[in-house]
Ligand binder design. Structure first.
Ligand code: KG4
Ligand code: ZN
Length: 336
């Protein structure tokens, strides 16, 4: 089955064609316009998706050498609703026009299955840490659609913390890649920063879980500690601040993966989402005494290959969605 995937949940307009032999095309258009605002502006994102969706999908089909896929998969959430709607409505219309099946895909499920796009990817069960600009969750994946949230952030996402620290240092948006680059020249021990463990979880969380779990995470205190350091008397260089901050994030994330492996007995793990492109996190994950399989960097940040792949896995087990499938701002993977 050859599937066209469409992604438009945030600031990437992306389309990809995935078949039984893997990825046939993978086109990503990153919106540049948000840089000058220091973050994604939802209305501008929606407009830019509307501008680029036709040419992006056309390029993906052309590069794959096909005129019509066997099915269409489009991100149906979670994300900026006006942005999600552009790709979702386009995908539903294209599927209806071609007369092929349609499936709405959970963007986070796309990330959490990213490493399985390659034939060398992990077999179920595996631990999947999804660390992006909007989400930070550790899942136990036991099969397609069978995901348990073992822990998640109770406040900022890891990528959000990278972006906020980058903003404090005037490094531009998105901040993660800039912090990653600067951290290579810095001393990770120079600034003493906390490795916060959340004590209290607010009653309403993305996955709807009540009460704090041992594997939950918190990053807002870390960001505040960086700000306090920058305003203090003994200010380290930007490179040292980046290296020390990045080390703290990496320590928290690898700590949760290690503990999850111990608690579940599942010794296979992967990381996905934009922060999984971070060089230090990748090196630290590979150094763990676990079977760690990382998706290539280009498949960590938002792309449509992961959407085509996740949709294809669900289509292959007989799932289909009607054209009444609506966009969702919040959506825990595995929940129908
Ligand atoms: O998955 P993604 O492309 O979009 C969302 O679904 O959010 O993730 C974007 C996030 C941003 O916060 C960005 O700063 C972060 O991923 N990021 C990184 C790196 N590359 C992207 N964070 C740390 N190191 C990187 N190399
Ligand atoms: Zn994402």
């Amino acid at each position: 089955m050859i599937v066209l995937g469409i992604e438009s949940s945030c600031d990437e307009t992306a389309a990809s064609v995935v078949g039984p032999d893997g990825v046939l095309s993978d086109v990503v258009h990153t919106q540049e316009i948000h840089g000058e605002y220091g973050g994604v502006v939802p209305e501008l994102a929606g407009r830019a998706h509307a501008d680029k969706i036709v040419s992006t999908v056309a390029a993906a089909l052309e590069r794959a050498g096909i005129e019509r896929p066997d099915a269409v998969a489009a991100t149906a959430g979670p994300g900026l609703i006006g942005a999600v709607l552009v790709g979702l409505c386009f995908g539903k219309a294209a599927a209806a026009g071609w007369g092929v099946p349609f499936i709405g895909v959970n963007h986070l499920e796309g990330h959490l299955l990213s490493a399985t796009i390659e034939p060398t990817g992990p077999a179920f069960p595996f631990l999947s840490l999804v660390v992006s600009g909007g989400h930070t969750s550790l899942y136990l994946a036991e099969g397609v659609g069978e995901y348990t949230v073992l822990g998640e952030t109770v406040d900022d996402a890891a990528g959000e913390a990278f972006d906020k620290v980058a903003r404090m240092l005037n490094l531009g948006y998105p901040g993660g890649p800039a912090v990653d680059r600067l951290a290579r020249e810095g001393d990770p021990q120079r600034v003493k920063l906390p490795r916060p463990q959340p004590k209290q979880r607010p009653p309403k969380t993305p996955s709807g879980h009540q009460g704090t779990r041992p594997l939950d995470m918190s990053f807002s205190g870390l960001k505040t500690a960086v700000r306090a350091h920058l305003e203090g008397p003994d200010r380290a260089s930007d490179a040292d601040v980046c290296a020390s901050f990045q080390q703290a994030v990496v320590d928290v994330l690898t700590n949760r993966v290690t503990r999850a492996a111990r608690e579940t007995g599942v010794m296979r793990a992967t990381v996905a989402g934009g922060v999984a492109a971070n060089s230090q996190l990748r090196a630290a994950m590979e150094a763990l005494e676990l079977d760690v399989i990382l998706p290539p960097r280009s498949r960590c940040t938002d792309n449509a290959a992961m959407i085509a792949h996740a949709g294809r896995l669900r289509l292959l087990i007989g799932e289909r969605h009607g054209l009444d499938r609506s966009a969702r701002a919040q959506w825990t993977p595995g929940v129908l």
